[in-house]
Write a protein that binds this ligand. Structure first.
Ligand SMILES: [Zn+2]
Length: 229
């Protein structure tokens, strides 16, 4: 979200995050409270409140909250679907709604949307899923890395080569579980010299013994010399 410029030209610097379960009833009540406190019209109070949350208008905030609710609903309905039944959800669950859920203030919803995108994503989801690898919450980042790299859960990969995404995460994410997931995703990349060298480096240098061990074990699974470039 970007700071919005107010009618008087001053930039509002303080941005409030939406609550974990944003709903219109609560926001309408907030606007009425603001109206009582300031003596302005309801319309003005709604716009003022929308700006506080980083939106240009009440209608824009309302639309965003509606979309977030749809994403949360979709997750609640389909998270936990057994893998063998996921195929049936293709064409039924709109991946675009799951992508909207990646901006939900509740990390649980972001995590669940990525869990479903692991099975249901199409090409249009690639960029938002890559952005989710920088989520502030480690388990959400880990699921983003899994959903991008996992071959088992989807009929075909979203992108043939994501080494530019996975390598910096494997080398620099502060959470060892996220680095470990990136190691697994690197292993599932096409067998190139770069992939092999990245795993070798991690096996020798990661600060966490568990990540080093995973990289070593994965290296042992494919003998050197199988890389193609
Ligand atoms: Zn998977």
């Amino acid at each position: 979200m970007h700071p919005v410029r107010r009618a008087n030209g001053r930039k509002r610097e303080v941005m409030t995050a939406l609550p974990h379960s944003p709903n219109l009833r609560h926001l309408r009540r907030q606007a009425r409270d603001l109206q009582r406190a300031t003596g302005s019209t309801l319309h003005e109070s709604q716009r003022e409140l929308a700006e506080t949350y980083g939106f240009r208008s009440w209608a824009e905030l309302k639309h965003h909250v509606d979309e977030l609710s749809q994403a949360a609903l979709l997750c609640a309905r389909h998270t936990g679907t057994p893998n063998r039944e996921m195929d049936a959800l293709r064409g039924v669950v709109d991946p675009a709604t799951l992508v909207v859920g990646l901006r939900h203030p509740n990390p649980r919803v972001r995590f669940d949307c990525l869990g479903l995108l692991d099975h249901l994503a199409d090409d249009s989801c690639l960029v938002p899923m890559i952005e989710a690898t920088t989520d502030p919450v480690p388990r959400v980042r880990r699921m983003a890395v899994h959903a991008l790299g996992c071959r088992r859960c989807k009929p075909e990969m979203l992108c043939d080569d994501l080494m530019d995404v996975f390598e910096p995460i494997a080398l620099g994410d502060p959470a060892w579980r996220v680095r470990g997931e990136a190691v697994i995703s690197i292993f599932q990349q096409p067998p190139t010299r770069r992939r092999h060298e990245a795993l070798e480096h991690i096996a020798g240098h990661d600060p966490d013994a568990r990540v080093r061990r995973w990289a070593s074990q994965l290296l042992a699974r494919k003998p050197p010399g199988t890389f193609t470039t």
